[in-house]
Design a protein around this ligand. Structure first.
Ligand code: TGC
Ligand code: FAD
Length: 392
C-alpha cells in the first residue's frame, strides 16, 4: 500500500465534544495503526493471513477489554473511548477490528459479566495482554440469524459436561486459546461454556477461500465428545439473552468501526480527486465527483453524531438493543456505499491494492452480515417501533 497519509475528517467539529482522554486514546490508536497496521495489512490480506505480529500492539493501545476494569487487566475506559479505538482500528482494516471486537466484547465481556471470580482471574488478565486469544461460538451451519435453534449441546456426566456439536464462521477460531461456546443443556436451556485448546475432541479448522475479511482468521469450532470441566460453565446468566447481550456490546463497537473504514475511503478519494488530472483539470473540479465527495462527508458526519450520542447513552447505561441495531445498520451501510463510490473516484487504480478502498469494500460485505445481518437489524427496529416481531 502507498504511504498512509490519512487525515481525519471532522466537518462538524465533533472533536470539541470529546474529552482530553478520548482524544488521547484515539490519538494513540491512530498513531499505532499508521505505524504498525497500514504498512503490512495489504500484504496480509493478499496472503489471507491474520498478522499475529500485531497482537501485542493491540493489547498496548487498550484494544483488548477497553472498558473492562483495570483490576482484571482491562483499560478501564468509557464507552466512547472504546468506540474511538474501534474506529481507528477499522480505519486500518475491519478484520483487525474483528479480532479486537471478539476478544473484548464477545470473550472478555461474558467472562467478566457472567463468570466466577476464579474464571475472571484465570482468563481476563491474559486476554487483556494478548497472551491468550479468544473466540465466540454462537453461529452454527444451520443456525445463523436464528441462533435460538442451535443444536450444539452438553450433558451432565457428574464430574464434567460432555459437549457435542459444531460452530461455523467463527472469527479467531484457528488460533484461539479459549472459546466462549453457547450450547443447550438437557432441558434445552442455553449456557456459555469456556472450551480451552487442548481439550480432547476440540478442533478448529480454518475456513479458506474468503474474498472478504482476508486478514482475519475465520474457522469452525468442532466438539466431538469434549469433556468440559464443570468449573468452565459461566454460571451467572443463561438463555438466549446471554449471548445476545454480548452482541449488543460488539455491535456498538462496529457502529464506530464502520466510520473508520468510511473515513479512510473518503480521505483517500478526496486526495486522489484533487491530484488526478483529466481533461486538463483535477477530477475534483467536476460536479459529478464533487457530488460523490459532498454526499460522503455528509453521511460520515451523520454517522459520527449517531455513534457519539449512542456512546453517551451507553455511558449512562441507557442504550437499548434497538438503538444499537439502528447505529450498526446505518453506519455499516453508510460505509459500504462510501467504499463503492470512493472506488469509482479512483477509476482503475481503485481496484488495486495500492489503495485501501477495495479491501475496505470487500471487508464491509462481512461486516454488513455478521453481528446480525442488515435485514435482522431492520426487523429489530421494526419490532421496537410496532411492538410486533416479524422474524418468524
Ligand atoms: P427473542 O425471543 O427476541 O429473545 C430471546 C431472549 O433474549 C432476550 N434478548 C436479549 N437480552 C439481552 N440483550 C439483547 N440484545 C437481547 N435480545 C433479546 C429476550 O428478551 C428473550 O429473553 P427471555 O427471557 O424472554 O427468553 O429471540 P429470537 O429467537 O426471536 O431472535 C431474535 C433475533 C433474531 C433478533 C436474534 O436471534 C438475533 O439477534 N439474531 C442475529 C444473530 C446474530 O447477530 N449473530 C451474531 C453471531 S456473533 C458474530 O457475528 C460475531 S462477528 C465478530 C467479528 O468478527 O467482529
Ligand atoms: P442466514 O441466517 O442464513 O441468512 C441468509 C439471508 O436470509 C440473510 O440475508 C438474512 O438477512 C436473511 N434472513 C434470515 N432470517 C430472516 C428473517 N427472519 N427475515 C428476513 N430475512 C431473513 N458468528 C459467531 O458466532 N462468531 C463469530 O466470531 C463470527 N464471525 C464471523 C465472521 C465472518 C467473516 C462472517 C461472514 C460471519 C461470522 N459469524 C460469526 C456468523 C454471522 O454472525 C452470521 O453469518 C450471520 O449471523 C448470518 O447468519 P447466516 O450466515 O447463517 O445467514
Amino acid at each position: 500500500m502507498s504511504q498512509d497519509l490519512f487525515q481525519s475528517p471532522d466537518y462538524y467539529n465533533i472533536d470539541d465534544l470529546l474529552s482530553e482522554e478520548h482524544q488521547m486514546v484515539r490519538g494513540a490508536a491512530r498513531d499505532w495503526v499508521k505505524r504498525e497496521v497500514s504498512p503490512i495489512i495489504e500484504e496480509a490480506a493478499q496472503k489471507a493471513e491474520f498478522p499475529t505480529s500485531i497482537i501485542s500492539g493491540l493489547a498496548e493501545i487498550g484494544a483488548f477489554g477497553p472498558y473492562i476494569p483495570e483490576a482484571y487487566g482491562g483499560a478501564g475506559l468509557d464507552q466512547i473511548s472504546y468506540g474511538l479505538i474501534m474506529q481507528e482500528i477499522e480505519r486500518g482494516d475491519s478484520g483487525v477490528r474483528s479480532t479486537a471486537s471478539v476478544q473484548s466484547s464477545l470473550v472478555m465481556f461474558p467472562i467478566f459479566a457472567y463468570g466466577t471470580e476464579k474464571q475472571k482471574q484465570k482468563f481476563l488478565p491474559k486476554l487483556a495482554a494478548g497472551e491468550m486469544m479468544g473466540a465466540f461460538g454462537l453461529t452454527e451451519p444451520d443456525h445463523g440469524s436464528n441462533p435460538g435453534g442451535m443444536i450444539t449441546n452438553f450433558k451432565d456426566k457428574g464430574d464434567h459436561y460432555l459437549l457435542n456439536g459444531a460452530k461455523m464462521w467463527i472469527s479467531n477460531a484457528p488460533f484461539c486459546d479459549v472459546a466462549v461456546v453457547w450450547a443447550k443443556n438437557e432441558e434445552g436451556r442455553i449456557h456459555g461454556l469456556l472450551v480451552e485448546r487442548g481439550m480432547e475432541g476440540f478442533s478448529t479448522p480454518e475456513t479458506h477461500n474468503k474474498w472478504s475479511l482476508r486478514a482475519s482468521a475465520t474457522g469452525e469450532l468442532i466438539f466431538d465428545n469434549v469433556k468440559v470441566p464443570k468449573e468452565n460453565l459461566l454460571p451467572r446468566k443463561s438463555g438466549l439473552g446471554a449471548p445476545l447481550s454480548c452482541l449488543d456490546s460488539a455491535r456498538y463497537g462496529i457502529a464506530w468501526g464502520a466510520i473508520g473504514a468510511a473515513m479512510d475511503c473518503y480521505d483517500t478519494a478526496l486526495r486522489y480527486a484533487k491530484q488526478r488530472i483529466q481533461f486538463g483539470k483535477p477530477i475534483a473540479a467536476f460536479q459529478l465527483q464533487q457530488k460523490k465527495l459532498a454526499e460522503m462527508i455528509t453521511e460520515i458526519t451523520k454517522a459520527q453524531l449517531l455513534a457519539l450520542r449512542l456512546g453517551q447513552l451507553k455511558n449512562e447505561g441507557k442504550a437499548t438493543t434497538a438503538q444499537i441495531s439502528m447505529a450498526k445498520r446505518n453506519n455499516v451501510e453508510m460505509a459500504i456505499k462510501i467504499a463503492r463510490e470512493a472506488r469509482q473516484i479512483l477509476g482503475g487504480m481503485g481496484i488495486t491494492g495500492d489503495y485501501s478502498i477495495m479491501r475496505h469494500m470487500m471487508n464491509l460485505e462481512s461486516v454488513i452480515t455478521y453481528e446480525g445481518t442488515h435485514d435482522i437489524h431492520l426487523l429489530i427496529t421494526g419490532m421496537d417501533i410496532t411492538g410486533i416481531a416479524a422474524f418468524k
